[in-house]
Design a protein around this ligand. Structure first.
Ligand SMILES: Cc1cc2nc3c(=O)[nH]c(=O)nc-3n(C[C@H](O)[C@H](O)[C@H](O)COP(=O)(O)O)c2cc1C
Length: 343
């Protein structure tokens, strides 16, 4: 489904917008490696389980129909006029959490997301203001992205001199006067972000909010244990969909080491290459509690707005239930106990 949907989205979107969403950093080695690594993970099915699958679970304290949440994605209005509003409606329909991006193109007060994603702007007052707005908008967790001290060079965007289409802005930053005002997306992002963010900054953030914090972009087990010591509640094992360090380890390959390091002290989410229900079970079997879904929702949104995004989540759930049935898993917990063989 995803390949066809991606083709349909590509046919609809302006070339530069497609390149921004589909592309990765550098020579796109990590973008490709994410998929290749998933496809090397084979599952060892269990038999005669005598049950019907129910993938319902809880992540970051939020109940959901399956171990899947919507990944934070900037500027969703580039793909459909309804942007975040369309995807949050699809997420509600599917019973999964929606993560609004700090660089979202609709204001958090209009989206009322389940979770809110933060980057590290130079202006910490702006960051705290966003935390308060997230709290007031009813968000139940923060997803704090730490793999973007600088925005990686993305050759497609450089070639296209990529700027945001008219009418698309970083809506959450508008009152603060930090929405984009001409110039490339890369230039705006790099001017906004603090490249020297450190563990001390995480301590600072931890001391200023009671919301659970999921640290997104963890790939080294040493950072995973340090993050928990610093008060992070959960980890998102991710290489940003191959959009940051080209040559980074595939997230699915880094996952077992991180689970081993943290044990059951924290929930672990994974993204970067999840394309279907099989990948969800692969991630669970390798130690994840759940996954974030990114680009497939961009394609669904591009092709069909809320219905398109809801179709992606509905198909994912159908596939997930089928894979769980075929592996003899009644629950997410059973899937986490599956064995894998790397081929
Ligand atoms: C177009 C696009 C925009 C993104 N914007 C953000 C963002 O604003 N904040 C963030 O933490 N991650 C962002 N990401 C990364 C996603 O949250 C997620 O890590 C990534 O999409 C996973 O890779 P996959 O979509 O290939 O599975 C973005 C990804 C894409 C494709």
């Amino acid at each position: 489904v995803t390949d066809e949907l991606a083709e349909a989205a590509k046919a609809r979107l302006p070339r530069a917008v497609w390149d921004f969403a589909a592309g990765g950093a550098g020579a796109e080695h990590t973008l490709a490696a994410n998929r290749a690594a998933f496809d090397r993970v084979t599952l060892v099915p269990r038999i005669l389980a005598g049950t019907v699958p129910d993938p319902a679970t809880r992540l970051l304290g939020t109940g959901m129909t399956m171990p899947v949440a919507v990944a934070p994605i900037a500027y969703l209005r580039m793909y459909h006029p309804d942007g975040d509003l369309a995807v949050v409606a699809a997420a509600r329909r599917a019973g999964v959490p929606f993560t609004a991006a700090m660089l979202g193109s609709h204001a958090i007060e209009d989206v009322r997301p389940d979770w809110f994603q933060l980057y590290w702007p130079h202006d910490r007052g702006l960051m705290l203001d966003l935390v308060r707005r997230a709290e007031q908008a009813g968000c139940s967790a923060l997803v704090v992205t730490v793999d973007m001290p600088v925005m990686a060079r993305r050759d497609r965007d450089v070639r296209n001199r990529f700027t945001l289409p008219d009418g698309v802005t970083a809506a959450n930053l508008v009152p603060a006067g930090r929405a984009r005002d001409g110039g490339t997306v890369a230039a705006h992002t790099n001017a906004l972000f603090d490249p020297a963010v450190s563990w001390a900054d995480l301590d600072w953030l931890r001391s200023r909010t009671d919301l659970p914090i999921a640290l997104k972009g963890v790939l080294d087990p040493r950072d995973a244990t340090r993050a928990l010591a610093a008060g992070a509640d959960a980890l998102v094992v991710s290489n940003h969909g191959g959009r940051q360090l080209d040559g980074a380890v595939p997230a699915i390959a880094a996952l077992p080491g991180i689970r081993e390091a943290v044990g059951e002290r924290a929930q672990i989410l994974l993204d970067s290459g999840v394309r279907g229900g099989l990948d969800v079970v692969r991630a669970l079997a390798l130690g994840a509690d759940g996954v974030l879904i990114g680009r497939p929702l961009v394609w669904g949104l591009s092709v069909g707005g809320t219905d398109g995004a809801a179709h992606v989540l509905g198909s994912l759930r159908d596939e997930l239930c089928e894979v769980m049935a075929l592996t003899g898993c009644a629950t997410v917990r059973d899937a986490r106990a599956l064995s894998t063989v790397r081929t």
